[in-house]
Design a protein around this ligand. Structure first.
Ligand SMILES: [Fe+2]
Ligand SMILES: [Fe+2]
Length: 319
């Protein structure tokens, strides 16, 4: 395996999610099962305990009731449900993969997503949620949000991927409409929590390293498909248009803003911890407003999606 390929999954050397997902080119053939064992299981994840390095700690203030704790619990409860649902949905993509390379790649992505759900949930245990209350807690915090946001996405996808066995629709939905939309908030999150909850930030970093692979390989699969089936382009564009129209109706903003307000209140209380830490070059985290952070994530989202759509041969879908 080339060093460059290995570096994409290296804890120290891997680029940030948005940079990696905007600039790299990886195919399902590059990222087969052998690659996953070497570069991910024995690479990214080597020595990790509960999805983070053993030295990353959970600060004592995170164990106390307060807005910072509310913010991380809300985020991880929701994301653990989302990753669980993604894992199950990917089973249809694996089942309908047209060749062994895509089958192996999406099988690794399936395990990655199951792992994400597990480590996000695991951090709730690290925050002191009793094990026998874990699932009830997740449901209490995020059950309603999941019903409002994730169920409609499943209802959109299942007729195509589960009933219709439509492999490429599954990859388009997963890569462009789900992961492409969520990646920027995952990047923001990794940066926000770096000093405030180092264990959570490392868990996110690990998931984001996986995400670089998911976004780049997913894009390569769509690109190759459209090169071989140019007549399918209008149908793929239609899935994107309908998916975006659905997103526009979902109450995602309410959930994200609520979480960001809690984070902001907690950030002010623990300003000492973050000191002069910069969330992006030239901007101290403590000087950002919730709105600035959300706008930054939005902007990153647009930039990354546009570069991926261009690459896939779907420039027409760029707004
Ligand atoms: Fe994930
Ligand atoms: Fe993913």
């Amino acid at each position: 395996m080339s060093n460059a390929l290995q570096a994409v999954a290296d804890w120290e050397e891997a680029p940030g999610l948005l940079e990696g997902a905007s600039q790299l080119e990886l195919t399902a053939r590059d990222c087969d099962l052998d690659y996953w064992f070497t570069a991910v299981a024995q690479g990214t994840l080597k020595g990790m305990v509960h999805g983070h390095s053993p030295k990353a700690h959970v600060p004592s203030y995170m164990m106390q009731p307060g807005p910072l704790r509310d913010a991380i619990m809300d985020e991880l409860a929701f994301r653990s449900i989302a990753e669980d649902k993604a894992t199950r949905a990917i089973t249809y993509i694996v089942a309908d993969a047209p060749d062994v390379y895509t089958m192996e790649f999406f099988a690794t992505q399936l395990i990655d997503e199951a792992r994400h759900s597990r480590v996000f949930r695991g951090h709730l245990l690290e925050l002191g949620v009793p094990e026998n209350e874990l699932f009830a807690t997740i449901d209490r915090i995020s059950g309603r949000d999941a019903d409002a946001i994730l169920k409609p996405l499943e209802e959109f996808a299942f007729p195509m991927i589960r009933e219709g066995h439509d492999f490429i629709a599954g990859v388009v939905i997963l890569t462009i409409l789900v992961e492409g939309v969520l990646a920027p908030s995952a990047e923001l999150s990794e940066r926000k929590w770096r000093l405030l909850d180092p264990a959570a930030a490392e868990i996110e970093r690990g998931a984001n390293i996986d995400e670089i692979r998911h976004l780049t390989v997913g894009s390569a699969v769509v690109r190759q498909y459209l090169l071989e089936h140019p007549d399918e382009t209008p149908r793929v564009l239609d899935i994107i248009t309908r998916g975006r129209a659905l997103w526009a109706q979902l109450p995602t903003a309410d959930v994200i803003v609520r979480r960001e307000m809690w984070f902001h209140e907690g950030l002010q209380q623990h300003a000492r911890v973050v000191g002069d830490y910069e969330i992006w070059p030239g901007k101290r985290l403590i000087d950002t407003t919730p709105e600035e952070r959300l706008v930054a994530a939005q902007t990153w989202s647009m930039e990354m999606q546009n570069s991926r759509l261009q690459y896939m041969g779907l420039a027409e879908a760029i707004p």
